[in-house]
Design a protein around this ligand. Structure first.
Ligand SMILES: Cc1cc2nc3c(=O)[nH]c(=O)nc-3n(C[C@H](O)[C@H](O)[C@H](O)COP(=O)(O)O)c2cc1C
Length: 373
């Protein structure tokens, strides 16, 4: 059962006569759970060839062997960060974790949009809470940057206090923290992106960080569903603090890119290929507003070309999740090799030289991005 469910993700040969097509029709959350189990059992392949020097980069003082990360939401409970690092991710972000465990929304809550390699989820921060994640991470050393993505309990009467608790709890064991205010599946959460609420949130979060033994870098993860005025506000608030960087972006509540497709009308956040153009434009628009502040670009990366485009739009590092559901985990290696080749083809020595060289075109919507690329 585990092997069958895993085949689409890990490219393990199907057993029991099931075709890959049939496996992709299995319930998405069951397949995900089985994938985590297999990674926990050490069944995933490990990277054999070291990353090329072209991919080495630094992010807020973190030295990365490569700039490609696993996005939050895949390993919500910090069960497999080491396996993911050994697979070759340069960054592994666990969570979102909330102070208390919570069940999340009723199932089904995770849907594939197979026609366009999209995913809709309304998981609702299902997670085992801070204590469980902390117990797994304490004393753990992995060959990648370890991010802990923190959030608020749905029934909390003080969202800000929940983030402060997260900072205090994980500051000394994470390489960086992500303040996630952009999940569409916790009512009211995204209001924390508004001017005064964000000012208060970042003030309290960064004050808590200052009290910790370690000065852990803190990122803010934002939604793609923000207009230019909202981006202006976030940039102004962020630049007035010592926040270390942004993650652009979370999933979208829009459906323009998938109208009429199966599962497109499910409530939740859309990710994967159909999110690529929107999230990349928002990334570039944010890059124009924040100068050289580090940005991790995420949303719809599904190929070496889309990974490169994200970097050229202004990302210092990238993350992905949904494309792995359709392309398997070998996509990671394909993307890294493609990025190495792109650096060499441009006559450069390092990926950092390509960051932001196409920001203005992306920001203005002048890039004619075709999903077929
Ligand atoms: C099933 C699922 C669960 C997710 N859970 C979280 C989460 O807990 N916290 C978070 O910050 N982002 C979460 N995300 C968003 C991803 O981290 C990422 O921002 C988004 O999916 C866009 O990247 P992608 O198109 O490569 O998937 C989740 C995404 C998916 C598909």
């Amino acid at each position: 059962m585990i092997f069958s469910a895993l085949a689409p993700l890990l490219r393990i040969p199907a057993v029991a006569g099931l075709t890959q097509q049939a496996l992709l029709k299995m319930d998405a959350e069951t397949a995900h759970g089985a994938t985590i189990s297999a990674l926990r059992l050490g069944l995933a392949p490990e990277q054999t060839r070291p990353d090329g020097a072209e991919l080495r980069t630094s992010l807020c003082g973190l030295e990365l062997t490569n700039p490609v990360g696993m996005a939050a939401g895949f390993d919500k409970n910090a069960e497999v960060p080491r396996a993911l690092a050994l697979l070759g991710f340069g960054i592994v972000e666990i969570g979102t974790v909330t102070p208390r465990p919570q069940a999340g929304n009723p199932k089904p809550r995770l849907f594939r949009i197979s026609a366009s390699d999209g995913v809709v989820n309304r998981m609702g921060f299902n997670n085992e809470g801070h204590d469980a994640a902390y117990a797994r991470l304490k004393g753990l050393r992995i060959p990648a940057a370890l991010g802990v993505n923190i959030g608020a309990n749905k029934d909390s009467d003080d969202f800000v206090a929940d983030y402060v608790t997260g900072v205090t709890r994980f500051a000394d064991i994470a390489d960086y923290l992500t303040v996630n205010v952009s999940s569409p599946n916790t009512p009211g959460l995204r209001n924390l992106q508004a001017d005064e609420a964000l000012t208060r949130l970042l003030g309290e979060v960064l004050a808590a960080r200052a009290k910790a033994r370690t000065r852990v870098p803190v990122f803010l993860k934002i939604a793609p569903d923000l207009d230019e005025a909202a981006l202006d506000t976030i940039a102004r608030v962020v630049l007035a603090t010592d926040l270390d960087g942004l993650i652009v972006s979370n999933t979208t509540i829009t459906r323009d890119a998938v109208l009429g497709q199966e599962n497109a009308s499910e409530t939740g956040g859309l990710s994967g290929k159909p999110l690529f153009a929107l999230s990349t434009q928002r990334l570039a628009q944010m890059r124009q507003r924040v100068g050289t502040l580090p940005i991790i670009g995420v949303g719809g990366i599904h190929s070496p070309q889309s990974a490169l485009a994200k970097i050229e739009a202004g990302a210092n590092a990238i993350q992905l999740y949904s494309a792995l559901v359709f392309g398997g985990l070998d996509l990671l290696d394909t993307i890294k090799r493609g990025l190495e080749a792109a650096v060499r083809a441009e006559g450069k020595t390092n990926i950092a030289k390509l960051v932001g060289r196409n920001t203005d075109d992306w920001a203005a919507g002048r890039v004619d991005w075709r999903e077929a690329r």
